[in-house]
Design a protein around this ligand. Sequence first.
Ligand code: TXA
Ligand code: MG
Length: 336
Amino acid sequence: MNSSFRFSSDTEIAAAADLIRHGHLVVVPTETVYGLAADATNAEAVAKIFEVKGRPSNNPLIVHVGSIDDIFRYSDITRSFDPKLVGSRIRALAPLWPGPLSVILPKGREIADTVCAGGDSVALRIPRHSVTLRLIELCQRPLAAPSANPSMYISPTTSRHARDMLGNQVPCILEGGPCTVGLESTVLSLLDETPTILRPGAITAEEISGLLACEVSITSHTSAGSSPALLLSPGLLAKHYAPRTPVILLPELKSITPLPKKIGVIMFSNNTLPCPAEVVERLSHTGDVEQIAAKLFAALHSLDDMGLDLIVVDTCEPSGLGAAIMDRLIRASHRA
Ligand code: TXA
Ligand code: MG
């Protein structure tokens, strides 16, 4: 992350807002990962997202808005199981926004059906990034934006990652520096009485449960096959976020004999290396999960570009932010 950058200027953001209003795509920075954005009320613009990403049309997109009022505007909580309770839950979560939390609610009629993959619910969040909040303000549109990577590949955490992967297919990439969180948002369904986390992220079940003063369930979608979350959220495939190079988690290393020649290792602390390595990335000296999360995808991108035979990745305690880190790593190392 040593490349120099300056955030896109207001003039550049205004030009991007024009592109959005005319149905074009723009790559946008967020605190989690870079997104590939289009006007969520324009079905043709949204279709371009699926085309450029090669994304299956049954995998719904997250819509980015600028305020809590917009969360109400682009959902329809009158169709909730309990409109009053759901309204109060949204307001109770307000301290987490702008931030890495997406909530699933009954879809409002302004949102194009294709955003929701033909379903009746929509995921909404307020991203914590000045460039994209300004873009939303200037274009006055909700922005449908999945991560700006080809479907099934690792999400981009710098504009450079997005440019390398999609640059020739998108007319504008806004610059917002390296993503500070580095893992995709927590996806929380508010469709039922018990709020349910469908994808772990930097906002944890404990934080949500504290604010909502109720139990929050977590569906495990890291196992392949018949996980209930696959039905709830068709995009939550077991294999996802995967580099081209085979990835294994450090505890599995002993099962690999003989070891291949060119190995890259990603370590989470100053522990000694588990095997001889061509290249080593240490994401933290002390196992600090925030540092690890912020640097993980950049390390995977960089090692994946080196023509290695194998990438070995350290593991951490799967609680709090560590649960989101391990979720992504289990997917990246899943050999489907
Ligand atoms: O941090 C993020 O969430 C990033 C940035 C760009 O905001 N976006 C992102 O989008 O990760 P994407 O498309 O890569 O992941 C969206 C996830 C998918 O797993 C999808 O299945 C789920 O959210 N999702 C979206 N709408 C849903 C809905 N209505 N019901 C269930 N799951 C939904
Ligand atoms: Mg994605």
